[in-house]
Ligand binder design. Structure first.
Ligand code: WT7
Length: 657
């Protein structure tokens, strides 16, 4: 973010007070902040009591071997029982858990908690039959259909950690994840619907399975396939199993067992600063406590009357915490939508809100900005008066988008909670509370009760109000990641080494405290980009580019983009033998990245250049490339090994090719 944008942001002085009716009946009140601060462990013990445990913990937190935390030590529970069965046992079996809306209009289904219990039990029985036991990993590569949620819960029920891989990732990305966590079984579908057309998934699983075997010597034993679109699929009788011939025929009863609070619940891969994605490990008791508490407190959930909708894909952590684990642990009723926002019509989301009377809505700034572009007539054509709380997540929300969201979608009544968190934090860390904290467009405000954060200098000094620095979390929290799958050292190095002395968690984000001490999260300070709220690594895309036979070297930067927040911009040097690469070189390379990683990583722009700006020690100066990509005057070049390189690059750009 440029300094100018930043100072404009911090001049933002609009304030929105919590609406009186919401404040009068808020789940948490002001006193929670002080109470949590005065006895953190007692506060977190109280939050864990939202769950049903078969055995209570002996100790809330064991932090004797930092950064390896243990929460609710000695406690035992089953996450799926907490998300499903206990609501049925409490007499709420007929309550709708999920209003599922398929992309094809009229393809919809409402599932009660009792029905969910039966389906999760069936899937748990089938997975067991396929040889999956407690501790075995199951990969999930599926569209947004109920079976995806059912599979996650079935894994949790039998203690098999799941790893959900976003359906937009390529077979290569899937293969490396299958190998990294040594997945025994993959659950997928023939395909899903995207913008009205079936889009295949099974072929990518077949390819990934072959790659995992040939390249990495890893065998996936079984593939369980949901028939969603009915499209043709290749079939291997030794491996492939249809869902409708197994799960749908399995007994609807399944005896769950309790697992240790620290039993692994799932691994979620996310991009880091190297080319290799990190498998973020979340465990059971602390994670579920964090999800249930924050979903209740930050959205002021009233499970009896609210209809909640989070538009994320379950392939990302938001879908894990705020579609599956938080809302279901709280016994909420929610909407689950399969498709894209604008299919078959631009107003599809608003039509869904009207149809189901959605009261709490959680989405990303990128989506809001694209609706702003389409104009307010589209949401205005629908009755959105049921909405009472709006949430934003994934990237900084610019004040214009915040105000539009509040005014146009929320009719000027609804608080907007701008929620800051990460795959690693497991649940929301910094956010206003809609009935307690006033809102400021663009600010995530303050840590929620129970969480301690600060903005600090390189040396670890807390910055004064009005200044910026690095965002840190200064105390452990229940839903924190426990490690990086199979790589404790990388876990320590990435998050805990920068402020090792203080024992703080380094988030990788820059932030600023305004004059009131409220927090503004500004974006990543490492080689991670945020494109439409999706996290991408510059190095990962560089490796993909360099794997193309015509490319000698590549450098990738995230440049500001009015629609997607940041956009991927790549600079490549071609190999001598590739000449000028041919007329279609840019398209060829963009498609290559899509094939290697997935469509979300496809660069917006690729520039073929003669040289890259490097320091004397050979480090690429991405800062200068960002200047070029953002059409700014190029900054200080004195540390470059060859200071004329930037002239070469800029000259090349103005000459057009
Ligand atoms: C990164 C984490 C949290 C679930 C979705 C993304 C950025 C996230 C905000 C926000 C400003 C935000 C940060 C963070 N981010 N929420 N409200 N304001 N930035 O999870 O893929 O793990 O990405 O997203 O840069 O570090 P993720």
């Amino acid at each position: 973010m440029s300094d100018e944008t930043l100072s404009n942001l911090l001049k933002e002085d609009r304030r929105f007070e919590p609406p009186a009716d919401l404040a009068a009946d808020a789940n948490l009140t002001e006193e929670a902040y002080a109470r949590a601060a005065s006895d953190r462990e007692a506060f977190w013990a109280e939050q864990a009591e939202r769950l049903d445990w078969t055995q209570t913990w002996d100790r809330v937190l064991d932090w004797t071997d930092p950064p390896f935390a243990k929460w609710y030590v000695g406690g035992r529970l089953n996450a799926a029982y907490n998300c499903v069965d206990r609501h049925v046992e409490a007499g709420r079996g007929d309550k709708v858990a999920i209003h599922w809306v398929g992309e094809p209009v009229d393809d919809k289904r409402s599932i009660t908690y009792a029905e969910l219990q039966a389906e999760v039990s069936q899937a748990a029985n089938t997975l067991t039959e396929l040889g999956v036991g407690a501790g075995d990993r199951v990969a999930i590569y599926m569209p947004m259909i109920p079976e995806a949620v059912v599979t996650m819960l079935a894994c949790a029920r039998i203690g098999a950690p799941h790893t959900v891989v976003f359906g937009g990732f390529s077979s290569d990305a899937l293969a490396s994840r299958l190998t990294d966590c040594q997945a025994k079984v993959v659950v997928t579908a023939d395909g899903g619907y995207r913008r009205g057309a079936p889009s295949a998934l099974k072929p990518a699983v077949d390819e990934a399975r072959a790659k995992a075997a040939d390249r990495d010597g890893h065998t996936v034993e079984k593939v369980l396939v949901v028939r969603r679109t009915g499209q043709e699929v290749e079939w291997d009788d030794a491996v492939d199993v249809w869902w409708h011939e197994s799960v749908a025929q399995a007994p609807t009863e399944h005896q769950w067992e309790a697992f240790d609070s620290e039993h692994p619940l799932y691994v979620m891969y996310t991009s880091g600063t190297t080319g290799k994605p990190k498998g973020i490990l979340h465990t059971t008791g602390g994670y579920l406590t964090g999800c249930a508490y924050t979903h209740w407190a930050v959205f002021d959930l009233k499970p009896e009357t609210d209809v909640y909708w989070c538009t994320a894909d379950i392939g990302w952590v938001t879908g894990h915490s705020y579609i599956v684990y938080g809302p279901l642990a709280n016994g909420a009723t929610q909407v689950l939508y399969e498709g894209t926002p604008d299919s078959p019509e631009k107003g599809r989301w608003w039509q869904i809100i009207e149809e189901y009377g959605v009261t709490i809505f959680y989405t990303a700034p990128t989506a809001i900005r694209s609706f702003m572009k389409q104009g307010r007539e589209i949401p205005d054509a629908r009755d959105l008066s049921t909405l009472r709380v709006l949430g934003s997540v994934g990237e900084p929300i610019n004040p214009e988008a915040y105000v539009w969201y509040r005014e146009v979608v929320g009719g000027g009544r609804t608080p907007v909670v701008d929620t800051w968190w990460q795959t690693e934090t497991g649940s929301i860390m910094i956010s206003p509370l809609p009935g307690v904290t006033h809102g400021k467009p663009g600010s995530a405000m303050i840590p929620i009760p129970g969480i301690s954060a600060d903005v600090v200098t390189e040396e670890g000094q807390s910055v004064p109000n009005g200044s910026g620095g690095y965002l840190v979390l200064t105390e452990p929290w229940p839903s924190m990641l426990r490690t990086i799958w199979g790589d404790d050292q990388r876990f320590k190095d990435t998050y805990w080494s920068r402020y090792a002395q203080q024992g703080w968690y380094f988030a990788g984000d820059g932030a600023k405290k305004d004059d009131d001490g409220d927090l503004w999260v500004l974006g990543r300070v490492d080689d991670v980009m945020n494109v439409s709220g999706h996290r991408l690594s510059t190095t990962e895309i560089e490796s993909a580019l360099v794997s193309h036979p015509k490319v000698a070297e590549a450098a990738v930067v995230g440049a500001q983009d009015p629609d997607t927040g940041q956009a991927v911009c790549a600079f490549v040097i071609l190999r001598d033998e590739a000449g000028d690469g041919g007329d279609d070189i840019v398209e060829e390379l963009r498609n290559h990245v899509r094939k290697e990683i997935g469509a979300i990583a496809k660069p917006r722009q690729i520039m073929v250049v003669p040289e890259l700006p490097k320091t004397r020690s050979g480090k690429i100066m991405r800062r200068l490339l960002r200047d070029v990509a953002e059409h700014r005057e190029v900054g200080d070049v004195t540390t470059l090994a060859d200071s004329t390189v930037m002239d070469l690059i800029s000259g090349k750009l103005t000459s057009g090719k």
